[in-house]
Write a protein that binds this ligand. Structure first.
Ligand code: MCN
Ligand code: MOS
Length: 751
């Protein structure tokens, strides 16, 4: 990597500056992953490694009456069988908002069962096979009670109102009642799962009261804090090593129960313990996207101008955990409306507590509002693209603040142009090819710019190379590439979660500041050190490029950085950069890196900051069989300035592909008798494969947004999934005349 000023150079592969910000550098970790050289967390070979296997509840609600471990304990190679009675006591950790932990014990093995698949025991053995065999010998008996299976269970009720989710202005009910045109729809999304290729797992090793954990992690500092709190050891005593991550999609941000079991077993045994989830366990070992229900009612004029939006939402949470999937977040900002009301409840069901999955909140929220506005378009007989422009929000309708940047109009224009939207015939069922009904749909998406804190160290080394060090991670988004970073291991510097699409903006900012300061030091040395060849030049600045340093006028010496450092007797220059608030204390820093709550709100200050996108999608529906194929996608996206367009395009396409899966395939099916997830494997829980995915065209319409980040970029990672499912549902309506308000759009809903 060469040091440069990213604000003045816009690199591009074509001009030989692919390795600079804005350049199309390929993923630096790509070759290691493709050749198998990349060593993932649980592949580390450690002396004395032992293997743990989890035993899980087979009921969804009730109590463990007894656990008979005698046969398992007598089985070959078994070192320990852990139950709620024999596992060492742990302490409750704070939640990810940083709410201080209640002074309560924590037991990762359950006596009180609140969902099927809950960890109740664990077997640790010399080999993996011995642990698997012995785990099958653990006999658990239960006192079962009736479970609340899901949102549609009569026992579920209306749930708990979440006052913080209420957003209201004007008089939405009265304006709706008075509106000449009204539409109302109920939109549902099922339980969905992140399904990363690499299942969750870890190796835990204690040396005295110091814990090392090799674990895929979206958030080294947050996870380390949880381990430290569970075991009552200082934060500094926990070292988390997360070299590569085989996908996370939100599921690898927190330390989870199986991690507590592994670390406790390692402590009790005095040997390192490895626990890896089976694929079925990944469906209950952590939460996927919560199932949601929304009603959206829109009142409008006959010319399609919105007068009122009333929105009500519900999402599932678990019996003893709280997950709020914010359903009004897109509803409240996408369109201008003088009257608005959004409220949300959460309903407790016997499931694992749901969790973050790519664009939590925005994703289901957009399915509601972007389907509903399409319904309004047909109701008033206006083109679905035109109605979106008529209701364009010129400022944030909820925060009542100016957008930092909003290139959504540009996104609609570019997407429509490349897609050929003008050729669309408005009537449903009016476009076909043989027995294939063709439909064209449009929908918009958005994701807030979440800002947080990060630190980085930049070193200019004696051989002229530059090292960047931070504790940020790369699960495939491209962090290592954009930071040209060599290792991800929590060391002295810290960073926020790779979640909420914040990491790139935070860390490029920190690295930029560190690099600028390293450069300043280098130039300062060169000008002021009497041993420097530039000392006599009396210049007040120098140019550093391609590993060399010279005067801007071209007179005087032109030497390599290595030679300069040698001449002044230095082996390196090191500088730290951060995106911390000024005058922050050590305590602030700890909080800022280990809790979500410390992040700056996206509407802080004078601006409302968001990424935006518009998806144009063609589907082909077999008239006889009801099978839906997505045949064409053109999406135009505004993520501000792109640090690496090649990687951003790849991120966007990944999001769109995930959106196609959500629209057509993905659904966790609950067994109504036992409250189990029936399709808890990748043979039955379908995610898209290459054969499901057409050519996808992505167009960047962003402009640098300096209100959002140091270098002008906005979020990329989650944006593109938002709006894909409604664009497909809208296309399916255009193809067939059937409005599917219940994901996924499977053939039985169409025939
Ligand atoms: N980028 C860019 N220009 C910008 C912003 C980002 O070129 N202005 C590019 C960079 O390559 C950067 C990537 O986009 O590495 C993502 O940046 P950002 O939007 O800041 O997102 P994070 O780094 O915080 O990554 C998290 C985000 C989330 S929250 C989920 S969920 C998700 C996602 O990234 N999970 C993923 N993308 C994923 N991609 C892969 N392969 N695997 C996952 O699990
Ligand atoms: Mo992403 S769901 O915020 O990790």
């Amino acid at each position: 990597m060469t040091i440069h000023d990213p604000r003045t150079r816009h690199g591009d592969a074509s001009d030989g500056t692919a390795d600079q910000v804005g350049g199309r550098l390929s993923r630096v970790d790509g070759p290691a992953k493709i050749t198998g050289a990349a060593k993932y967390a649980v592949e580390q070979q450690l002396d004395g490694l032992t293997y743990g296997v989890l035993v899980e509840s087979t009921i969804a609600s009730g109590k463990v009456r007894s656990i008979d471990t005698s046969a398992a304990e007598a089985a070959p190679g078994v070192l320990k069988v852990l139950t709620p009675d024999t596992i060492m006591p742990l302490k409750t950790a704070s939640d990810w908002f940083g709410t201080p932990p209640p002074d309560k014990p924590y037991c990762p093995l359950a006596r009180d069962i609140t969902f099927s698949g809950q960890h109740v025991a664990a077997v640790i053995a010399e080999t993996f096979e011995q642990a698997v065999a012995a785990a099958a010998l653990v006999k658990v008996s239960y006192d079962e009670t009736p479970a609340i299976v899901d949102l549609s269970d009569a026992k579920a009720g209306d749930g708990i109102p979440i006052a913080a989710m209420t957003k209201e202005w004007g008089d939405a009910q009265a304006a709706f009642a008075a509106a000449p045109v009204r539409v109302c729809g109920a939109y549902n999304t099922p339980r969905e799962y992140q399904a990363p290729m690499e299942p969750h797992g870890l190796i835990a090793r204690w040396e005295g009261d110091k814990l090392t954990v090799w674990e895929p992690s979206q958030w080294l500092d947050g996870m380390a804090r949880t381990y430290a709190e569970w075991f009552g050891v200082p934060f500094e005593n926990v070292r988390l090593v997360s070299p590569y991550i085989g996908g996370g999609f939100g599921s690898k941000a927190l330390a989870l129960g199986h991690g507590a079991v592994a670390a406790a077993a390692a402590k009790m045994l005095g040997r390192p313990v490895r626990v890896v989830m089976t694929r079925p366990q990944t469906f209950t070992g952590y939460g996927g996207r919560a199932a949601t229900r929304q009603t959206v009612t829109i009142g409008a004029d006959r010319d399609g101008k919105i007068q009122s939006i009333v929105h009500r939402g519900v999402n599932e949470t678990s019996i003893d955990g709280m997950w709020v999937e914010p359903l009004g977040v897109v509803t409240s900002i996408m369109y201008a409306t003088p009257n608005f009301s959004s409220k949300q409840n959460v309903v407790r069901v016997n499931s694992v507590v749901p969790g973050a999955m790519r664009a939590p909140g925005e994703n289901p929220s957009a399915f509601g509002i972007e389907s509903a506005i399409d319904e309004l378009a047909y109701e008033v007989g206006i083109d679905p693209l035109e109605i979106r422009l008529r209701n364009y929000a010129e400022q944030d309708p909820h925060a009542k603040k100016a957008w930092s940047t909003r290139q959504l109009r540009e996104a609609f224009a570019a997407g429509a142009e490349h897609f050929g939207w003008a050729q669309r015939t408005p009537k449903p069922r009016s476009m076909r090819n043989g027995n294939q009904l063709i439909g064209w749909g449009v929908a918009a998406g958005t994701y807030p710019v979440r800002r947080a804190y990060g630190e980085a160290i930049v070193r200019i080394l004696a051989n002229g190379s530059v090292e960047v060090e931070s504790s940020s991670i790369d699960m495939g988004q491209g962090t290592y590439t954009i930071l040209a970073q060599t290792a991800a291991e929590r060391s002295e510097e810290h960073t926020s979660v790779a979640g909420g699409s914040r990491l790139a903006g935070v860390m490029t900012g920190a690295v930029y500041k560190a690099a600028t300061s390293a450069l300043d030091q280098l130039v300062g040395l060169a000008i002021s050190d009497p041993r420097s060849p530039f000392h006599a030049l009396q210049a007040n600045t120098l140019v550093v490029a391609n590993g060399r340093i010279r005067s801007p006028r071209g007179d005087g010496p032109d030497v390599s950085i290595a030679d300069l450092l040698a001449s002044v007797g230095r082996d390196r220059i090191e500088a730290t950069g951060d995106t911390m608030p000024a005058n922050s204390t050590a305590e602030d820093r700890y909080k800022n890196y280990t809790t979500i709550a410390a992040a700056l709100p996206h509407t802080e200050g004078d601006y409302s900051r968001h990424s935006w996108c518009a998806h144009f999608i063609e589907v082909r529906v077999d008239e006889d069989f009801g099978t839906v194929r997505v045949s064409r996608v053109v999406s135009a996206l505004d993520s501000g300035r792109l640090y690496n367009p090649k990687l951003a395009e790849s991120q966007w396409k990944g999001g769109i592909i995930m959106g196609i899966g959500q629209a057509l395939l993905e659904e966790g099916i609950v067994d109504r008798r036992h409250g189990r997830i029936v399709n808890n494997n990748l043979g039955d829980y379908l995610v898209p494969t290459n054969a499901d995915i057409p050519d996808i065209e992505v167009i960047s319409v962003g402009i640098p947004d300096l209100h959002s980040s140091v270098l002008g970029g906005k979020g990329v990672g989650e944006l593109a999934i938002v709006g894909v499912a409604p664009a497909i549902a809208n296309a399916v309506f255009h193809a067939t005349g059937k409005r599917i308000r219940d994901l996924p759009i499977t053939l039985e809903k169409l025939i």
